[in-house]
Design a protein around this ligand. Structure first.
Ligand code: PEP
Length: 252
């Protein structure tokens, strides 16, 4: 059985004190042990977040990292730096990184390889634009995005990836994919993986949905068989909303 996952991606929000306040509250809450809860604060709060969450099942995840080991890359963070503070998972391929910071597939691929070669887990985001969906090219787009990454990895590395389907038109817009639209893509992704690689991987890979998940739509979206959890942006900034979303997957 695939474990359910809820990840809060705080993006460029929450300073040191706000991070501390949120995590101290989260640390005192309980949920079904089968649900993996992760939070992704800003780089400056990662180490403090680790300290606060010591002895808690909540995992701290990085929002980004560079693909090079070290060097003259002003403003960047390496895999080794993350691992030195026990951060072992990273989000890669988020649409904001692709569009606002011009990360192309080559950069994304390099980042994923560096992370996996250093035993980090990757949360790989992919998803179509509104234009692709309107032109009915969304299946083709996401199939290509996935194939470019997955086909270039070693067999044992494919197990280290968590997939996050995030239609760009749903991120931060208040427009979520309907549960049926999300389920269709998640099912398609599993079928593609079964054909390209193997059925075991297709059945075991965790596929999250992301895009305007809120307490009022999460339960219905999570009820779909191929949706294993959520990557949550805006709603993860409110403690009550984030905790309600965690509770809503408990009903799955
Ligand atoms: C995200 O940025 O990954 C995301 C899903 O954002 P939001 O929940 O705000 O749409």
């Amino acid at each position: 059985m695939r474990k359910k996952i809820i990840i809060g991606n705080w993006k460029m929000n929450n300073d040191k004190q706000e991070t501390e306040n949120f995590l101290l509250k989260l640390k005192n809450k309980t949920w079904n042990k089968e649900i993996e809860v992760k939070v992704s604060p800003s780089f400056v709060s990662l180490e403090n977040a680790q300290k606060i969450l010591r002895n808690s099942p909540v995992e701290v995840v990085a929002q980004n990292m560079h693909y090079e080991k070290n060097g003259a890359f002003t403003g960047e963070i390496s895999c080794k730096m993350l691992k030195s503070i026990n951060v072992n998972s990273v989000i890669i391929g988020h649409s904001e990184r692709r569009t606002l910071f011009y990360e192309n597939e080559d950069i994304i691929k390099r980042k994923i390889k560096t992370a996996l070669n250093n035993e980090m887990k990757v949360i790989f985001c992919f998803g179509e634009s509104l234009e692709d969906r309107n032109k009915k090219k969304h299946i083709k787009t996401i199939t290509k995005q996935l194939d470019v990454i997955m086909s270039d990895l070693k067999t044992n590395q494919r197990n280290q990836i968590i997939l996050a389907y995030e239609p760009i038109w749903a991120i931060g817009t208040g427009l979520n994919a309907t549960p049926e639209q999300a389920q269709q893509i998640h099912k398609h992704v599993r079928e593609e993986i079964a054909t390209a690689f193997n059925k075991n991987l297709a059945n075991s890979v965790q596929i999250l949905y992301g895009g305007s998940l809120k307490p009022n739509n999460s339960e219905e979206i999570f009820s779909k068989p191929d949706i294993d959890g959520g990557l949550i942006g805006g709603a993860s900034l409110s403690f009550d909303d984030f905790y309600s979303i965690i509770r809503s997957i408990d009903k799955k």
